[in-house]
Design a protein around this ligand. Structure first.
Ligand code: TXA
Ligand code: MG
Length: 336
């Protein structure tokens, strides 16, 4: 299959492809998504084939304005209403009891559906011109989510009908996922909307244990996506929890061919190995925006051992931490 490259003004052509049952990679403010008509099971099935995604991992349905939610779920609880008014359009996904129009391919057999209203104007225009779109991140299953057009092309060229260019993604990490199908609501995946913001809006929110820890052997995942190995570069990633000068010293002591670092500006000063800067110390928005691109570059550079500085666990840092510990297969060295 030849993959067409469309610029951001060609949303009508992209919408036609979707309505004919095809697959289009689209920009969003979080990461690029791989979109198909959410209400047609046979179109959605193509997403799983293109990504190599396990069939039991459900997809997020994207809507262009909040009022589209009502047609996709059985009912909208008060807390969901509050969150949609406060954070949509934006990087928040809500899990709710699904309506019958949602095909099994989207919900992977669960009785709930994940819905999100993205804020990226190109995504919203595409959905407005077509229909609600099922869209996981537009990467091959197991590699880091794509935050640039180049990442999408490198994973998906030849596997999908078209790629719609929308520039680099603003947030850089996938949306926050919260389930409102339980009480209190439960944070399943941290993202750009923080748990602090969610609690300020609706009160008590539980944080699923799988957000910061490996899933216990045999335990059922509240969010099926959390049980899979994720965001894994080929390099061995090791997280170092240390003060900046201790990080630098620790890594320099282990200087060797193929060894490198992902770190803050402060930590990079004085490093004797190659590095990628994620942002200034404690600037977790910058870390979020750069982490996936940095993990991809680690592989492109042929790095084999990568020491990464430990993100703060508050605010957006919790989302960065959640992705980094997976990339590191939960290897963390505590030096504090
Ligand atoms: O920012 C994002 O959310 C991006 C962009 C493209 O919108 N999408 C994205 O999709 O990250 P994906 O498929 O890579 O991640 C969706 C996550 C998975 O962990 C999946 O298991 C979970 O949401 N999920 C989807 N539906 C669910 C449901 N009904 N119950 C529990 N978890 C669900
Ligand atoms: Mg994904």
């Amino acid at each position: 299959m030849k993959t067409k490259l469309l610029d951001s003004t060609q949303t009508e052509e992209a919408a036609e492809i979707i309505l004919r049952g095809g697959l289009v990679a689209m920009p969003t403010e979080t990461v690029y998504g791989l979109a198909a008509d959410a209400l047609r099971g046979e179109s959605v099935a193509k997403i799983f084939a293109a990504k190599g995604r396990p069939a039991d991992n459900p997809l997020i349905v994207h809507i262009w304005e909040p009022s589209q939610l009502d047609g996709l779920v059985r009912f909208v609880p008060e807390k969901a209403r509050i969150l949609s008014e406060k954070f949509w359009p934006g990087p928040l996904t809500m899990i709710l009891p699904k309506a019958d129009v949602i095909p099994d391919e989207v919900s992977a057999g669960l009785d709930t559906v994940a819905v999100r209203c993205p804020s990226h104007p190109v995504a919203r225009e595409l959905i407005r011109l077509s229909c609600p779109l099922a869209a996981p991140s537009a990467n091959l299953s197991g590699s880091p989510s794509p935050t640039t057009l180049r990442h999408v092309i490198s994973d998906m060229d030849g596997r999908i009908d078209a790629v719609l260019d929308g520039g680099d993604c603003e947030v850089g990490l996938e949306s926050t996922v919260i389930s409102l199908a339980c009480d209190p609501p439960r944070l399943l995946r941290p993202g750009g909307i923080t748990v602090e913001q969610l609690r300020a809006a609706i009160g008590d929110v539980e944080v699923d244990a799988a957000v910061t820890k490996p899933l216990a052997e045999g335990a059922a995942a509240a969010s099926p996506g959390m049980k899979y190995k994720h965001y894994a570069p080929k390099a061995e990633v090791i997280i170092i929890d240390a003060k900046p000068q201790d990080f630098t010293a620790y890594v320099n002591e282990r200087k060797a061919p193929g060894t490198a670092a992902l770190c803050s500006t402060e930590e990079a000063a004085g490093l004797e190995v190659p590095f990628e800067i994620l942002g200034d110390d404690h600037d977790m928005e910058a870390f979020a925006k750069h982490i996936f691109a940095a993990l991809r570059r680690a592989d492109e550079n042929g790095w084999t051992t990568v020491y990464a500085s430990c993100p703060d666990k508050s605010g957006v840092g919790l989302a960065v931490y959640n992705r980094m510990i997976r990339a590191a297969a939960f290897r963390i060295i505590e030096l504090r």
